[in-house]
Design a protein around this ligand. Structure first.
Ligand code: NAP
Length: 297
């Protein structure tokens, strides 16, 4: 298996999120890259901000080869030809000739598809070919449960490098993480702050106070100490910086245990409504608000 570069050096596990939720800020992405040391940018065709990221990477002055760009293929683009087209479209919008990582965004496909398993396997095969052609350096999936991964593993010649899923103390899928670890699939965590909902939890707040840190820093640090690359997202410069300053304190074993035993009560991304969203697709970027647009050229 080709190694995934960013998991080898701890500092590079800082991933910067750019989803449509909560808006997009050009200044935040430039600041993350230029001033805070983030190198891995997570996005998706679905978020509608790939073209803005291209402008932010350029404005940051960080050379292309130092930036790790990860984007995702939406289920309505699954299929040999369509996935290739979607991949090329993402490259074009991101203004790059290769991607660092390409993920299948969701395991569900349109309900009209007769053989869903075949479609997923055929789509995965397309990613393997893109990897072989060196158009992408790592390939993976997102939101895949064990049963979805089994479909890919049954036929694949390259095991997914990564499975990106929701991950915070209130949604910690331990069995899925073990399933991934046993198969050498890197588990990557999104919504580490539970979209802000975990920040006021008294247990998290108490640990933050004990360290003189913010609850957000404790949550990102918990991911880091769990060996799960974490993707916090913020449009505010002070939060962008704070979320990356998690390497100069350590949560004790007891604190880790407290966070590991939180009740599993929070799901930010609802699986049940996803089929309806896939079947009745709104255009990519339909939710995107430009909090801080890039400057006019
Ligand atoms: N693969 C998938 O299906 C999937 C799904 C969801 C997300 N993701 C990825 O994961 C990234 C992050 O997820 P997310 O945006 O859902 O959730 P998140 O990072 O858990 O939370 C973001 C929210 O927390 C606030 N926030 C950020 N830093 C803060 C801080 N230090 N103090 C206080 N509030 C803070 C942000 O508000 P402000 O902007 O006002 O700071 C925003 O409202 C996304 O951008 C995307 O790249 C992937």
């Amino acid at each position: 298996m080709k190694p995934v570069r960013w998991i080898s050096t701890p500092r590079e596990i800082d991933v910067f999120g750019t989803s449509h939720d909560g808006g997009y800020s050009h200044d935040a992405v430039v600041y993350a890259l230029k001033d805070c040391g983030y190198r891995h940018i997570d996005t998706a065709k679905r978020y509608g901000c790939e073209r803005y990221i291209a402008q932010a990477v350029k404005a940051s002055g960080v050379p292309r080869q130092e930036v790790f760009l990860a984007t995702k293929c939406w289920p309505t683009d699954y299929g040999a030809t369509t996935t290739r087209e979607a991949f090329s479209g993402s490259c074009q919008r991101l203004a790059v000739d290769y991607l660092d990582m390409y993920l299948l965004h969701w395991p569900e496909v349109s309900s009209g598809v007769k053989d869903k398993k075949k479609l997923l396997q055929e789509t995965w095969r397309t990613l393997e070919v893109l990897l072989d052609e060196e158009r992408v350096k790592a390939i993976g999936v997102s939101n895949f449960l064990e049963r979805h991964l089994e479909i890919i593993l049954e036929e694949c010649s390259v095991t997914p490098h990564v499975n990106q899923c929701e991950f915070h103390p209130f949604n910690n899928p331990k069995m899925l993480r073990q399933f991934c670890a046993d198969r050498n699939i890197q588990f990557e965590g999104y919504s580490p702050l539970a979209k802000g909902l975990a920040l006021r939890d008294p247990g998290v707040v108490a640990i933050a106070e004990a360290h003189g840190r913010s609850p957000a820093q404790v949550l990102v640090r918990w991911s880091v100490q769990s060996n799960v690359p974490s993707i916090p997202k913020s449009t505010k410069l002070e939060c962008v910086r704070a979320n990356s300053q998690v390497y100069d304190f350590i949560l004790t074993q007891e604190e880790m245990m407290t966070l590991n035993s939180m009740t599993q009560t929070l799901t930010c991304v609802d699986r049940n409504s996803m089929q309806m969203k896939i079947d009745n697709p709104l255009p990519d970027g339909y939710k995107l608000k430009l909090v801080k647009p890039p400057p006019e050229p």
